[in-house]
Design a protein around this ligand. Structure first.
Ligand code: NAI
Length: 258
């Protein structure tokens, strides 16, 4: 088997769509066996089939990333079936838009549960599984974990939490000598169902204006593609990034430069 992560066992959450799907595909193209999880079984199974049809190796399991016990079951199964776990991408996420004034406590908690609590659960489960052999944990944050957005109060908080939690986990793993690297990825605006649905959900004039504003504010001129983030994850998953831990990989077409 050849490839930049040949023979590695990788887990990608929320891999039925968007960035997770593209990351699972790139990992499989570069020789990893990819465990794909999502709450959307239909889409994730189809991603799995596409990978197999292209000659890659993948399997799908239903997983709600907010379910603490399901993490133990899933990781236990991966270790039993494959003997180890080398790469985990905590990617599953949601956006519920709202300012500090109009975000309900329910929406706040739902956002933290999926975007932040689950990243903690996934990182903790991965560290436990990787301790003996080392590995790479990649937490998908956002540029919105670095800069504020008036209508993304809960999302900003969750992604900022992922950013700094990643550094704590990275320092712990380094201090313990586990050989486990933990890094965060900060995508800018990437054309995925998450962003397309948010634009579609806005009234037509506002949606078009939002799209125009987003594209005009990106120094490289347009939204990125899912594969742009997948390639960043591939680098962090591979030994090419062996001296990186606790780092923030920003992939945003230059958006946060100004
Ligand atoms: P997406 O909506 O296309 O895909 C998210 C996937 O997560 C879906 O397949 C969904 O079913 C799954 N999911 C949601 N809740 C889940 C749960 N509780 N358990 C398991 N799976 C669950 O979104 P996209 O754009 O691919 O986003 C992926 C990650 O990237 C998210 O964490 C998002 O916040 C982050 N991100 C995305 C950006 C973008 O521009 N698309 C920008 C910055 C960050």
């Amino acid at each position: 088997m050849s490839g930049r992560i040949a023979g590695k066992i990788a887990l990608v959450t929320g891999a039925g769509s968007g960035l997770g799907e593209a990351t699972a595909q790139r990992f499989a193209e570069e020789g990893a066996h990819v465990v794909i999880t999502d709450i959307n079984a239909e889409q994730a199974e189809s991603v799995c089939q596409d990978i197999s049809a292209a000659g890659g190796s993948a399997e799908y399991h239903y997983q709600d990333v907010t379910d603490e016990r399901a993490w133990d079951t899933l990781v236990g199964m991966i270790i039993k079936d494959h003997g180890r776990l080398d790469i985990v991408v905590n990617n599953a996420g949601i956006v519920i838009r709202g300012s500090v004034e109009d975000t309900t406590l329910e929406d706040w908690r739902k956002t933290q549960a999926v975007n932040l609590d689950a990243v903690f659960l996934g990182t903790r489960a991965a560290v436990k599984a990787m301790k003996g052999n080392g590995g790479s944990i990649i937490n998908i944050s956002s540029i919105e974990g670095m800069v504020g957005e008036p209508t993304a109060a809960a999302y900003n908080a969750s992604k900022g939490g992922v950013r700094i939690f990643t550094k704590s986990a990275a320092l712990h793993c380094a201090a313990e000598g586990y050989g486990i690297r933990v890094n965060s990825v900060h995508p800018g605006f990437i054309a995925t169902p998450m962003v397309e649905n948010a634009i579609a959900a806005a009234p037509p004039v506002e949606g078009a204006a939002l799209l125009e504003r987003v594209n005009s504010e990106i120094p490289l001129g347009s939204m990125g593609e899912a594969v742009d983030i997948a390639n960043g994850c591939l680098f962090l998953a591979s030994d090419e990034s062996k001296y990186m831990t606790g780092s923030e990989l920003v992939i945003d077409g230059g958006f946060t430069c100004h």
